[in-house]
Design a binder for this molecule. Structure first.
Ligand code: FAD
Length: 471
């Protein structure tokens, strides 16, 4: 009987343990993607990007003599329908670890098993299953560095090649049309703004990794902190998010570069383990997604009002703080933001403006094409000081000196701020074409004074922290 292969954030053919296992059985394989509430509730840019990934996966499967069946609805109901329609005896998928997906998958597995179906999850989204990494005393890691030391030298299996063909069933079940799903409908700025910045699908991801490892990894440690540098980092987060490439493929590529690109390669491997750490945390402490990981932070006097003028200015990239504004505009147009930018804008929101990190998390979820439930939550709680292994609240990034340090040539600011330049860059101008008219911004405006200046915000944050600490 056929095997239903339920694709989610694993939209690739190579190094895909579930697909490989299914093809090895010789039984017909019916690939399916389900537009359920998890997909429905994804932020605008990520949902659009997911749609692009689905299209690429459908094309790749087509080249292997297969198809990607698209259905909309509750996952269990859809899978049961498909089991009935196709006579499938098995439903396999790649494991996910965030609470929403874990709860859904547990319920699906138990119900299908009760129906007598072989319902099975496989590895593939991570290098290390969260329950296989333990501290010396047997718990999970709450600090990154010891986890890195624990896993660094582990022997991992080779990546698995893509199947040469994916065995097709005699008859295909009906499929929705991807266009009807309107995956880009929530993009108020129009899909065409962000789309050209996307690098979509497995082939493109493999090429991106190859180029990075060949030309850039050696200088990665030096370049990764420079936001104005094109391709200082791999850019792979957008592909890892939808599983267009496996972390294992990236890991092996990093190790292969170790001899000639030592520090750069090691730094890249370390970053991949930050992603693992985020998943380790979300698995063991699911509350990280929407509650202060350190519960005492519930008592901090966060601003929670999204209507505050300062919050609006932050979202619009109009705080008057150049690093913050450049980064926020970069994200609005490209769907990604340099890691240093993410740290700076998150610090400014949570410390200078003392806003609840969840305000920022929501906006990032709406704007990022590489939105990832684990890395995003960890990044925000790290920045706010409420998370594990976080930067302490009293360590307040100075967005002005940080800009001098990491954008000394002004490339980043020039790329994203148009005001004050007689000849603004195309990218900076493209922001003004993307934003809604009612934001009332024009490239001819005078660049605003800071809504909260770097030093004032630092002082306010430290005062708030003192009040918090002293009850
Ligand atoms: P590279 O520098 O090339 O690194 C290689 C890979 O390592 C990345 O693709 C990513 O998978 C992983 N990685 C690197 N840095 C981190 C990190 N700090 N945490 C976890 N994994 C990391 N990353 C996301 O993928 N999705 C998010 O939604 C996300 N939100 C963030 C929010 C905040 C507030 C902060 C501070 C960080 C966030 N990050 C997020 C982490 C990081 O900024 C991005 O992973 C990185 O910028 C992606 O660029 P790259 O692929 O070129 O990374």
């Amino acid at each position: 009987s056929p095997i239903l292969l339920w694709f989610r954030r694993d939209l690739r053919l190579s190094d895909h343990p579930a697909l490989d296992a299914a093809c090895t059985t010789g039984r017909p394989v019916i690939p399916v993607f389900i537009h359920d509430d998890v997909v429905e509730n994804t932020g605008a840019a990520a949902k659009m990007r997911w749609g692009m990934s689905i299209a690429a996966q459908a094309a790749a499967l087509h080249d292997k003599g297969s198809r990607l069946i698209l259905r909309r609805g509750d996952a269990l109901a859809v899978l049961r329908d498909l089991v009935r329609e196709t006579g499938a005896g098995a439903v396999w998928w790649s494991r996910l670890y965030d609470p929403e997906c874990k709860d859904r998958d547990t319920a699906v597995k138990s119900a299908l098993t009760d129906d007598g179906i072989d319902a099975k999850s496989h590895a593939g989204h991570l290098l290390f299953e969260p329950w296989t990494v333990e501290t010396g005393s047997g718990g999970f890691y709450k600090v990154y560095t010891p986890m890195w030391k624990n896993v660094r030298d582990r022997q991992l299996p080779d990546s698995i090649s893509a199947p040469s063909t994916v065995p097709a069933p005699d008859q295909w079940p009906d499929s929705d049309d991807l266009d009807d799903w309107q995956m880009a409908a929530a993009m108020q700025r129009g899909a065409d703004v962000v789309r050209p910045w996307c690098t979509v699908g497995e082939d493109a991801a493999i090429q991106r990794l190859a180029t990075f490892v060949q030309h850039r990894i050696a200088d990665y440690q030096k370049n990764r902190d420079i936001p104005g540098m094109k391709h200082g980092t791999s850019g792979l987060s957008e592909n890892l998010t939808y599983g267009e490439i496996s972390p294992l493929t990236c890991w092996h590529a990093g190790w292969r570069a170790m001899d000639r690109a030592g520090t750069g390669a090691e730094t890249f491997l370390k970053e991949l383990v930050w992603r693992e750490f985020a998943y380790h945390l979300i698995y063991h402490t699911p509350r990280i997604v929407d509650r202060n990981w350190r519960e005492e932070w519930d008592g901090f006097d966060w601003n929670t009002d999204e209507r505050l003028a300062e919050v609006k200015a932050w979202k619009k990239g109009r705080t008057g703080i150049r690093f913050v504004d450049a980064a926020m505009r970069e994200m609005y147009v490209t769907g990604t933001m340099h890691n240093r930018g993410r740290m700076i804008v998150a610090s400014y929101l949570t410390k200078h403006l003392q806003c609840d990190w969840r305000i920022g998390q929501r906006w990032f979820a709406d704007c990022l094409i590489d939105w990832d439930p684990a890395s995003n939550a960890m990044g925000w709680q790290w920045s706010a000081g409420s998370g594990p292994d976080a930067t302490p609240y009293f360590r307040v990034f100075n967005p002005v000196t940080q800009l001098d340090k990491f954008d000394g040539d002004g490339d980043y600011v020039r790329a994203w701020l148009a005001e004050e330049y007689s000849n603004p860059s195309d990218t900076a101008l493209s922001y003004f074409e993307a934003i809604p008219e009612h934001w009332g911004m024009s490239p001819d405006d005078t660049y605003p004074d800071p809504v909260v200046a770097a030093d004032d915000g630092r002082k306010a944050a430290l005062d708030a922290y003192d009040r918090f600490k002293n009850g």
